[in-house]
Design a binder for this molecule. Structure first.
Ligand SMILES: C[S@@+](CC[C@H](N)C(=O)[O-])C[C@H]1O[C@@H](n2cnc3c(N)ncnc32)[C@H](O)[C@@H]1O
Ligand SMILES: O=C(O)C(=O)C[C@]1(C(=O)O)C=C[C@@H](O)C=C1
Length: 244
């Protein structure tokens, strides 16, 4: 996929509008996420490895908030169980339209990927062995998160896994500051200017609502997950596994 460099926040904006996964973002998304999420490439490949550990024959593997389908592609390349289908869901039409260009080339894979333009709230989750939300729950209204995690738990087969990656907030002010500053240093090291960092931070303020690790762990436990583990962390970006 040809990917353009993300310069969306490179010039001063007259008016700050909330961040949206629109066509402008879609056009630079691979570059944006790679330069914004510490460990993104490591996360993508290892989510494929984890998915192949938990995927069982004749089940569904969900990629919720799939964007351009990086997680789906990683799962498709690694899952060996027979008769699995990947259901990749995103409510941004621009994302799904672009993702379709990638997956038409892989039509003959034994693990097909079905790209669905829908709100996660409106899709049925059933007969699932793997559900991935890679930096998606953070964009869902906080009051809707418990019900969504419960629907995922209910739709998983026994022994199935939820892989949940999120940007975290920390209750301790000093710790929170350490992680935010380190993340900004990471972005600066990847070529973003102070203005780009600051303008994107303002655009995300009302739409990306990070929670603490404890909040996530309690939510997973109250949904019924018996085994949870933080398997990845780089600064304020973590990924958890929760097994039914
Ligand atoms: C940070 S991106 C996810 C990145 C992607 N999982 C990856 O690994 O490359 C968040 C995605 O979630 C999608 N999204 C946010 N809220 C959604 C919802 N309610 N239903 C479906 N998709 C949603 C956005 O359109 C966006 O593409
Ligand atoms: O750029 C940031 O500050 C981020 O928080 C990264 C983040 C994310 O975590 O989802 C935010 C929006 C884009 O989708 C890509 C990455």
């Amino acid at each position: 996929m040809v990917t353009k460099q993300d310069d969306i926040y490179a010039s001063p904006l007259d008016e700050m509008v909330d961040f949206r996964f629109d066509e402008k973002v879609v056009n630079v998304f691979p570059d944006m996420i790679q330069r914004s999420v510490p460990g993104y490439a490591t996360l993508i490949s290892n989510i494929g490895i984890l998915a192949s550990k938990y995927a069982v024959a004749d089940s569904y593997c969900y990629d919720l908030g799939c964007s351009l389908g990086a997680v789906s592609l990683s799962m498709q390349q690694r899952i060996n169980a027979s008769g699995c289908s990947i259901l990749a869901v995103d409510n941004s039409k621009a994302m799904i339209d672009k993702a379709k260009l990638v997956f038409t080339a892989n039509d003959d894979s034994p693990t097909p990927v079905d790209l669905i333009c829908a709100d996660i709230a409106d899709i049925e989750i059933h007969n699932a062995s793997v559900v991935v939300m890679n930096f998606t729950l953070q964009f869902i209204a906080t009051e809707l998160r418990q019900a969504l995690v419960q629907r995922i738990y209910d739709g998983l087969k026994p022994g199935g896994v939820l892989i949940l990656s999120e940007k975290l907030a920390f209750d301790d002010t000093q710790l929170n500051q350490f992680h935010i500053e380190s993340h900004h240093d990471f972005k600066r090291d990847n070529g973003y200017s102070d203005m780009e960092i600051s303008q994107k931070r303002s655009a995300l303020e009302k739409v990306l609502l990070p929670e603490s690790l404890d909040t996530h762990l309690h939510r997973l436990q109250s949904a019924g997950f018996t085994f949870t583990e933080k398997w990845f962390q780089c600064f304020n970006f973590v990924s958890l596994v929760a097994v039914k």
